[in-house]
Design a binder for this molecule. Structure first.
Ligand code: SF4
Length: 387
């Protein structure tokens, strides 16, 4: 018995030694100069002097045998060092993935055991009949097929063909900037849910792509998905349709409204586009020089603008009946610089209704003749020049 155990131990040690030599060979034969990679990771210029210093620091100048001994010592202690690619602690990275790996192993073991037991019972009850033959065939197939190929086939079937599971690995969402609070083993699934929520077709493939490989509309949808990852009660979308063509603009606006309704979330749109406001907002606050000029329901403010600035904005929108070559109807003058405080009404130098009193103090937002609409203009509110 002792002879048997010592023989097994010897074989195991030889096997471990061979595995360690193979791993070490893979490590030292990795492409690229490790010292240069580390220098770049530290943000330093990879000058020959600095690279030599780094090489010395991490023991690259030692004989290969000494490096193998050092490497083996570190591996036995569980110190795998820092990733040359990400600069992160490799042990921490491995520990992070351990939960997912363990869950998958345990889940597979349970499923395999349940299936094997069921097939075993069937085979025992009906020996040499179809269930027995099928179970023996499956057992032979399992024993003779390398696990790696079975795993690859499973990944292909469940992740690529049926898209039931993510296939981008558990770091995929982070590469897109999905917030770490959504991290952990559920992160890829959550990312997939969100990407589906914002209506992206072929979401698994999209999550495996780099941002520059996607169109502007898709990138915009991904950004919205990232914003939704934190499950906000309020979404602030600053110019969400800028630089998109009209068709994509309409899609993004529809999407925002749809997501808002489904998640029961408030949304603030910041935009210069009156068409966007008219199509997507319930209430509007018209801002000039970082101050609210007029606010109220969109259908009232845009249909019957009261503040001179709102009137100017609406008047500036081109109309179908405008003759070709007609001049742009903008407000005269230029917007004020905001570097210094503005004492009176900020619009005074450009306002056709301005009176001398407009320069005295900042006009407050007060209810107009329609109580749902507030206007920051005493001239409009009182129907006469401010005192
Ligand atoms: S307060 Fe005076 S300057 Fe300002 S918008 Fe009204 S009328 Fe024009």
């Amino acid at each position: 018995m002792i002879h048997f155990i010592s023989k097994r131990l010897k074989h195991s040690l030889v096997l471990l030694f061979m595995a360690s030599v193979v791993c070490f060979t893979l490590v030292v034969s990795a492409p690229g100069n490790v010292a240069v990679l580390i220098a770049e990771l530290r943000g330093a210029a990879a000058t020959p002097g600095y690279v030599e210093k780094v090489a010395e620091e991490i023991g690259l100048n030692k004989p290969l045998l000494m490096r193998y001994v050092d490497w083996l010592g570190d591996a036995v202690r569980g110190d795998f060092g820092i990733s040359y690619r990400t600069g992160q602690d490799v042990s921490a990275d491995l520990a992070n993935r351990m939960l997912v790996t363990g869950t998958l192993i345990a889940g597979s073991a349970v499923i395999a055991t349940l299936i094997s037991l069921a097939l075993g019972f069937l085979g025992a009850f009906w020996p040499y009949r179809l269930p027995d033959r099928v179970s023996r065939g499956l057992a032979l197939l399992g024993a003779s097929t390398p696990t790696f190929f079975v795993g690859a086939l499973m990944i292909y079937a469940f992740s690529v063909t049926f898209q039931l599971l993510p296939s981008f690995g558990f770091n995929g969402p982070e590469s897109w900037g999905f917030p770490p609070p959504g991290g952990g083993p559920r992160a890829p699934f959550r990312a997939l849910e969100l990407v589906k929520l914002v209506g992206i077709s072929d979401p698994v493939a999209r999550l495996r792509q780099y941002p520059h490989e996607l169109s502007g509309g898709l990138r915009q949808r991904i950004v919205i998905a990232i914003a939704l990852a934190g499950e906000p009660k309020l979404l602030i979308a600053d110019e969400p349709t800028t630089a998109l063509d009209v068709t994509v603009q309409a899609q993004i606006l529809r999407l925002l409204k749809d997501v808002q309704r489904r998640l029961n979330m408030a949304m603030v749109l910041i935009t210069h586009d009156m068409g966007v406001v008219a199509g997507a907002a319930d209430n509007i606050v018209v801002m000039y020089a970082a101050r609210a000029a007029e606010c109220g329901p969109v259908d009232k403010v845009l249909v019957s603008p009261r503040h001179p600035y709102t009137r100017g904005l609406i008047n500036a929108i081109p109309r179908r009946e405008d003759p070709i070559g007609s001049e742009f109807r903008g407000l005269p003058g230029i917007p004020p610089t905001l570097g210094a405080p503005i004492k009176g009404c900020a619009l005074a130098p450009r306002c056709e209704l301005a009176v001398p009193a407009c320069g005295n103090s900042r006009p407050p937002l007060v209810r107009s003749d329609d109580s749902a609409v507030l206007v920051a203009c005493p001239v409009v509110n009182q129907g006469k020049a401010a005192a």
